[in-house]
Design a protein around this ligand. Structure first.
Ligand code: F6R
Length: 610
């Protein structure tokens, strides 16, 4: 999704803005650009379709110098990816430049008004250019005033960064429903849509709230509320490691992040255990009475996080005896689910900024639900708007395809289920201890599993040229197959489809032919015979079967063409192990197909539009 960086300082800001944009590449983008106050009458604009490297190439020999500038990585919403649709956009005069993250919902209506009443001529198809023109119309020598008046007329979501060549000593920024932070640097101040963009330069930031406006100068930052009253904001100290955002010798962030899973899971777990082995959920204030009151839980999320929610349902229903419904946020928020004060709403989100998840959360909150969120990014919008927050502690996830966020989300879901079951006293001490021991054993088992990585590359070599793949599984394996399939399609562009193994014969089996790859999840000992029957059904139609199973089931999988064995564990926690070979399988297939693994086409890391 779009990324913003702005910088005002006593040094040349051009290179720093470009470096910051590079740190936002992981969010996904299709073009990039900068606008600078260089002392000329108009702001200087440079923008280019494609990678930031293209933009760098374009400006390499220009020796651009400015103390004030804004930059942007665009992920197309209104108008195709192109040089002219890339941000920044300017007003009619060319003196004001704007970068924008989000969607102006009433842009068509505003555009019509600007054309008819002010003779505006537009150079792009974007909603952002409409915002730039509107600010230009209101500009009477005070940029702050013009931005304030313009945002009053807009509906939708936005984070804006605005500069004006008549006032080169300031950057004005505004936020509604799209993330925006301010970084306090040594030589000046920054705006950005995300902390990783600034990690190299700042440790102290302000988190900007909805409907706030910011005026940045080299030595000063002022934040205003929606009534234009100045507000005080505490400094947020970022403790993350800047190096954690680098590849550390791995060819891709995705591979690095897959390998970080044993330590990430360990961190997520051990920080939640006290000396007596009891779960302590920091950030969660749910009491026994609260939990007993809940008669319904909704888990709502998008994509990979939704898949983690599906496993959460298994765990909560089994361990805490509360009925759980899982839904994708874009559907949930537009139906009329029954929600009252006895409802617990759990949202799961790596970024904490996914607009649909945030929208669903707000709707549930308004109807009286208690809001618990499982989030990776500290200080994100979802974290801030929740009653209770459970951080995944996965560290920054840079690759667009989610890996370590998913497995740590799973761990969080198990911990929440165990915590609730224990508080409600519906969970035997024996099962509780057994579960915890199984979870604590996972990091070591994952280390062992990762030692077998090479064999997955070999299997990938056999299948990477196929254009279709099917994933099947039963019980929790069926949810893992959804995530394995998503990983494959998003980074390798193979048309991959996941289906509950028992449902296969109700239509989809018509697509299985000689050589069709079927990835069969067969980790559930209690369901193994049934899954093996499904494997035989596809084998009988000529499928090439790659099975994932536990070591102790090795002898039962003779019909599969390839088998990857995961260490034995309790059936319920197998997803944390079985997803890892699927992540690696997708990785090696995508690599063999020559795909841009960390930044797949059309995808964004943080989806801040509907
Ligand atoms: C896929 C992936 C996405 C995200 C989804 C939700 O690998 O990463 O499906 O899971 O866009 O994002 P968050 O978790 O940030 O709310």
């Amino acid at each position: 999704m779009c990324g913003i960086v702005g910088y005002i300082a006593d040094e040349n800001v051009t290179g720093v803005i470009i470096e910051g944009l590079k740190k936002l590449e992981y969010r996904g983008y299709d073009s990039a650009g900068v606008a600078l106050c260089t002392g000329a009458d108009n702001v200087l604009l440079r923008k280019k379709k494609g990678r930031i490297a293209n933009l760098e190439e374009m400006i390499r020999d220009e020796g651009l110098f400015a103390h004030t500038g804004i930059g942007h990585t665009r992920w197309a919403t209104h108008g195709e990816p192109s040089d002219r649709n890339a941000h920044p956009h300017t007003d009619m005069s060319g003196r004001i430049a704007v970068v924008h993250n989000g969607i102006i919902e009433n842009f068509a209506e505003l555009k019509k008004e600007l054309i008819e009443e002010h003779g505006s001529v537009f150079k792009s198809d974007t909603d952002t250019e409409v915002a730039a023109h509107l600010i230009g119309i209101f500009y009477e020598g005070d940029l702050e005033d013009a931005v304030y008046k313009a945002v009053q007329k807009m509906r939708g979501s936005y984070a804006f960064g605005v500069i004006c060549s008549d006032e080169p000593d300031k950057i004005v920024a505004a936020r509604k429903d799209s993330p925006l932070i301010v970084g306090l640097g040594k030589r000046g101040n920054f705006i950005a849509s995300d902390i990783p963009a600034l990690l190299k330069y700042v440790r102290q930031i302000y988190l900007i709230e909805n409907n706030e406006m910011v005026v940045l100068r080299e030595n000063d930052v002022k934040i205003f509320d929606s009534e234009r009253n100045e507000v005080h904001r505490d400094v947020f100290n970022v403790t993350g490691d800047a190096d954690a955002a680098e590849k550390e010798g791995y060819d891709h962030f995705m591979l690095k992040e897959i390998h970080e899973q044993p330590s990430g899971i360990k961190d997520t777990l051990i920080r939640r255990m006290d000396d007596n082995g009891e779960i302590t959920l920091d950030g969660i204030s749910l009491t026994k009475e609260d939990i007993e009151k809940f008669n319904r839980i909704y888990i709502v999320a998008c994509g990979t996080a939704y898949h983690a929610g599906l496993i959460g349902k298994f765990a909560i229903e089994k361990l805490a005896h509360i009925s759980v419904e899982v839904d994708v946020a874009s559907e949930f928020r537009y139906r009329d689910p029954y929600i009252d004060e006895n409802t617990l709403f759990i949202s799961i989100s790596q970024s904490g900024e996914t607009l649909d998840t945030l929208g669903a959360l707000r709707m549930a909150k308004e109807k009286g639900a208690r809001i618990l969120s499982v989030v990776n990014v500290v200080g994100s919008s979802i974290a801030r708007e929740s009653d209770d927050v459970f951080y995944t502690w996965a560290g920054p996830e840079i690759a667009v395809a989610s890996t370590k966020a998913y497995t740590t989300q799973l761990i969080c879901m198990y911990l929440i289920a165990l915590y609730m079951g224990r508080k409600k006293e519906v969970l035997s001490t024996e099962l509780y201890r057994n579960y915890l021991d199984e979870l604590l054993a996972i990091p070591k088992k994952l280390d062992t599993l990762l030692e077998g990585e090479e064999s997955l590359e070999e299997i990938a070599k056999k299948l990477y040229q196929d254009d279709n793949a099917f994933f099947i599984g039963r019980g929790v394996d069926s949810s893992v197959s959804l995530e394995g399939s998503l990983k494959l399609k998003e980074i390798s562009y193979i048309n991959s489809f996941a289906i509950a193994a028992g449902e296969l014969k109700h239509g989809t089996i018509a697509l299985i032919d000689k050589g069709t790859p079927v990835i069969a999840l067969a980790t559930q000992k209690a369901l193994l015979e049934k899954t093996i029957s499904n494997i035989q059904e596809v084998k009988a139609r000529g499928a090439y079967v790659f099975a994932i199973a536990m070591e102790s089931s090795r002898d039962m999988l003779g019909d599969a063409d390839d088998v990857f064995l995961i260490p034995d564990c309790m059936d319920d926690v197998a997803p944390v192990l079985s997803i890892v070979p699927l992540q690696l399988f997708a990785y090696y297939i995508a690599r063999l197909r020559g795909c841009d693994i960390d930044k797949p086409k059309n995808l964004a890391k943080s989806v801040t539009v509907e």
